[in-house]
Design a protein around this ligand. Structure first.
Ligand code: ADP
Ligand code: MG
Length: 328
């Protein structure tokens, strides 16, 4: 079996607002029927606008938020509803790196001690061995060893995110989930951290779920990409195909909005999305993208499209095809 992680049709629905006994609660569909597979040593990128359910999906994959329905398997075994021992083992094997490095670190402990902490918690090695491991991991994330004695507030944003990465990597987890890992950093520092992640991925053969609303960053680190819209995956495929010949009008619009991603084969002129996405509480029947889609017809109002092969990618659309204006 090649997949390290499989999510089978997972959903996460939140009841919203006051609960009246005579009225069923409104439901917000944060993730609404998503299946993904992450193979060993590959990076699956998830891209989509804010509110499309990316972080919720990450929480489900990590077993931190149980799905309302569906199931996640890690090495073929379920990640939710497990006993304490399995839970501890899973926490060691899947690590999360998220947006805010300062929030992820304890302000009152030196970064060296915080990087070492997972080793202590999991009873790895004696103090000398642990110190050697910490030195090696500092090296791997290109942090000077002298920084180990500093406190988080004494470091730059980029250095802090390297510390968070070091701590995530120190137990040699099988999966790293990065949820907008560079969104809080300055643009110049973003490139350094993204380069580091790409480098670690090749050197250590990391398996990653990499989430960002920024297509350029997702393109840089991902092998395969899934595009999310309002809790669903609307298109998925290998990185090249997604960027050179996207088949879903939403992917095309996202890509065309980034000038350096407009290629001769892909969407060339800027495609502007009409209107705002509908509320995830009041989703329209049929295709949830139809209210913003130039290709919508009557079937789009009636039948929710499922992912199916179209050209080089898998697309959830009744009218998939190259972007208007793209070379055939
Ligand atoms: P993204 O990471 O793509 O921005 P999220 O997964 O954070 O999206 O959120 C998806 C949707 O679920 C949003 O509409 C958000 O408001 C909603 N949501 C997320 N967490 C909760 C929660 N704990 N309770 C209610 N709604 C939530
Ligand atoms: Mg998010």
């Amino acid at each position: 079996m090649n997949a390290l992680v499989e999510a089978h049709c997972v959903t996460r629905h939140y009841p919203i607002g006051k609960r009246w006994p005579w009225r069923s609660p409104q439901i917000l569909r944060a993730v609404d029927g998503v299946s993904i597979e992450i193979r060993r040593s590959e990076t699956l990128g998830i891209v989509g606008e804010s509110g499309s359910g990316k972080s919720t999906l990450a929480q489900i994959v990590l077993g931190l938020a149980p799905p309302t329905s569906g199931q996640v398997l890690f090495e073929g075994r379920p990640v939710s509803g497990v006993d304490t021992r399995t839970w501890r083992a899973l926490r060691r094997e899947m690590q999360l790196v998220f947006q805010d490095p300062l929030g992820a670190l304890n302000p009152r402990r030196t970064v060296g001690r915080q990087i070492e902490e997972p080793l202590v918690i999991h009873g790895v090695g004696n103090p000398q061995e642990r110190s050697a491991i910490v030195q090696r991991i500092l090296d791997a994330v290109h942090l000077k060893k002298s920084l180990a004695g500093r406190y988080p507030h004494e470091l730059s944003g980029g250095q802090r995110q390297r510390v968070v990465l070091a701590r995530a990597l120190i137990l040699e987890p099988k999966l790293i989930v990065c949820d907008e890992p560079v969104s809080a950093l300055d643009v110049s520092v973003q490139a350094q951290i993204v380069n580091l992640l790409a480098d670690l991925k090749t050197r250590l053969g990391l398996t990653m779920l990499f989430i960002s609303h920024d297509l350029r960053i997702v393109r840089y680190v991902s092998d395969r990409i899934a595009v999310m819209y309002l809790g669903r995956i609307v298109e998925t495929g290998d990185r090249r195909s997604i960027f050179s010949s996207p088949q879903h009008p939403y992917s095309q619009a996202l890509i065309s909005a980034v000038p350096e991603l407009r290629t001769s084969a892909g969407p060339r002129p800027r495609i502007r999305l009409q209107g705002e996405p509908p509320s995830p509480i009041f989703l329209p029947a049929g295709c949830r993208f139809r209210s913003r889609c130039g290709r919508a017809t009557s079937i789009c109002a009636e039948v929710e499209p499922e992912l199916a092969p179209a050209g080089p990618t898998m697309v959830a659309c009744h009218h998939p095809g190259p972007a208007i204006g793209a070379a055939a």
